[in-house]
Design a protein around this ligand. Structure first.
Ligand code: IPE
Ligand code: IPE
Ligand code: MG
Length: 223
């Protein structure tokens, strides 16, 4: 049994919003709205546990093919999420974003979401508690390819250290526990490098219902 006694890095693939809504006869968008609310609730719980980094998968590079109205709704919810600066400051949480750089040719994050992201990062930069990283327009393979290219362009020998140094957020430590909700047992191109050695907690709970007890069950894998 491994037992880790330092602040943990917990990463969540927040899946099942659509099914959560479907089971209630609601549109998928209602599930995403509830999923965002639940993330805000979970952050409040996470800061009371020994979690130093919480990284969540909000939207993948593959998710752009979803119906336009659904994508638009999810974009709006990220604007809302990154707008929760007062709450984050109250909790001493620093927010970060991980994803395809806005200036990369394939990046698709619209300007208003970019602005919300930049503002939230700046307005919470002084916080010293938990680091909340939101993955938006993120894909693990794309991140790895760009890290290897950057290392090569800098004339570096490709080593684990040099690749790590060129990740989107090189200062985020490896993932200790990777969570995926809603019964799917896939990694779906999330944090491929960072979760190379992590424990994995699969749960049938849909993301909007993922609560403190579920989080504690995930943490129990490493404590
Ligand atoms: C996760 O919920 C949210 C995103 C991927 C943006 P889903 O929308 O994938 O929900 P299901 O898997 O269809 O239930
Ligand atoms: C993974 O969920 C991405 C996010 C949670 C943002 P999906 O529901 O998009 O994943 P797949 O395509 O079913 O694996
Ligand atoms: Mg899904």
């Amino acid at each position: 049994m491994t037992s880790i006694h330092r602040p943990l890095h917990v990463a969540c693939i927040m899946d099942g919003n659509g099914r959560w809504a479907g089971h209630r006869g609601l549109p998928r968008t209602a599930g995403h709205t509830e999923g965002e609310e639940n993330l805000a609730r979970l952050v409040r719980v996470a800061v009371t546990r020994e979690i130093g980094w919480l990284t969540v998968f909000g939207f993948s590079t593959e998710n752009w093919v979803r119906p336009r109205a659904e994508v638009r709704h999810i974009l709006g919810l990220h604007e809302k999420l990154f707008g929760r600066v007062a709450e984050l400051n109250e909790l001493n949480v620093r927010i970060q974003w991980i994803g395809r750089p806005f200036d990369s040719p394939s990046a698709r994050t619209p300007k208003y979401v970019q602005r919300a992201i930049r503002k939230a990062i700046a307005d919470t930069a002084g916080n010293t508690g938990m680091v909340l990283t939101v993955a938006f327009d993120y894909g693990g393979r794309t991140e790895l390819m760009s890290a290897v290219r950057a290392a090569r362009a800098a004339g570096e020998t490709i080593t684990p250290e040099s690749v790590n140094a060129h990740l989107y957020l090189p200062d985020v430590p490896p993932v200790d526990v990777l969570v995926r909700t809603s019964g799917e047992q896939r990694v779906s191109n999330f944090l491929l490098w960072q979760s190379a050695g992590s424990k994995i907690h699969f749960t049938d709970t849909a993301w909007p219902d993922f609560d403190a007890a579920d989080l504690d069950a995930a943490i129990a894998l490493v404590r």
